[in-house]
Design a protein around this ligand. Structure first.
Ligand code: PMP
Length: 319
């Protein structure tokens, strides 16, 4: 826990997990200044702790904080706080294959006041939890052509709490219709694909890895960046560009789209089984052992476990 107060950061402390005091007038409850990260730590095969890409998470956290008019957490403070806490919590990191330690850094306006204003007092907190291996059952997605998660120029690229609160209602409707998640599209025409809301989305089209280019409505997923980098290493052709719903519809019908999957910290790679486009359920071919998504997932897993060279310096090792 660390406080930003009187214009500066105060020394972080580690306290036992438990309830905390807050005022009913705490500004984040009313005006939404709340930002978070989701990341993971693992045991490597030679029994070291590995926190995956903490610097990159710190950088994204700060981009989110800037968008929400909140003070940055210095990268060094972010990484050192993680280091100290994870080292102390090491007995909670699961050792079984596939399981991991989920890390949730977050920050919110703590000040109590009724007027609409940017807070002066913030709390930065990190909590953790062991998580079991993620059973990525193939997703059934519905292309959303009415609601938007966020709009260009909005807060979609920031990992702020309100983006998720606003997505609950349309997602609930999609669930009632028998889908797992929404495939969000651009706010102007509902014509181009943004992301899945908890994951970025990728396609293999005629052997090329294709993913929507980043804009201010899409979260800059760290798994997205990791997979794109590994795909380059594997000699795969990559295109980051606008991807239209019409292209995916035609590609699923003709067989040009051979893979569709989501990427995110929780699942790493989550296969997509079906995409509902304009009311039609279009099946995505099942990912076989030689599919790109399974090969890249294994490669990433090997890097994180220390079984393959970490050539991009993604692993933060605590011996
Ligand atoms: N988009 C959204 C909206 C998300 O919440 C997440 C999960 N953080 C992702 C994409 C995937 O990002 P990452 O790979 O950094 O987990």
């Amino acid at each position: 826990v660390a406080d930003f107060k009187d214009g500066k950061w105060h020394e972080p402390t580690i306290v036992p997990y438990g309830d905390m005091l807050m005022s009913p007038a705490m500004l984040s409850l009313h005006y939404g200044q709340a930002v978070f990260e989701g990341m993971k730590a693992f045991w490597t095969s030679d029994k070291n702790i590995n926190i995956f890409r903490p610097a990159r998470h710190a950088q994204r956290f700060n981009r989110s904080l800037n968008r929400m008019c909140m003070p940055e957490v210095p990268e060094e403070m972010f990484v050192q706080s993680l280091h100290a806490l994870i080292e102390l919590d090491k007995d909670w990191i699961p050792t079984s294959e596939g399981s991991s330690f989920y890390i949730r850094p977050f920050m919110f306006a703590y000040e109590a006041r009724l007027g609409v204003k940017v807070a002066d007092h913030f709390k930065f907190i990190i909590i953790n939890s062991p998580v079991a291996a993620y059973q990525a059952k193939p997703y059934r997605l519905k292309v959303e052509d009415h609601y938007v998660r966020t709009a260009e120029g909005g807060t979609g690229f920031a990992k702020c709490a309100g983006n998720y609160g606003g997505a609950f209602y349309p997602t609930q409707i999609a669930r009632e219709e028998g889908f797992d998640q929404i495939l969000w599209t651009d706010h102007k025409e509902h014509k181009y694909i943004d992301e899945v809301g908890m994951m970025n989305v990728m396609f293999v089209i005629n052997g090329t890895l294709v993913t929507p280019q980043l804009n201010t409505a899409i979260l800059d997923g760290i798994t997205r960046d990791t997979i794109l980098t590994l795909a380059k290493d594997m000699g795969m052709k990559i295109e980051e560009r606008r991807v239209s719903i019409d292209e995916i519809e035609a590609g699923l019908k003709s067989g040009a789209v051979t893979e569709a999957f989501g990427t995110g910290t929780a699942a790493v790679v989550a296969p997509i089984a079906l995409i509902n486009i304009k009311g039609q359920d279009l099946a995505v071919p099942e990912a076989g052992p030689s599919s790109f998504q399974l090969r890249v997932k294994e490669k990433l897993n090997n890097i994180r476990m220390g079984k393959e060279a970490d050539t991009h310096q993604w692993n933060y090792i605590i011996p």
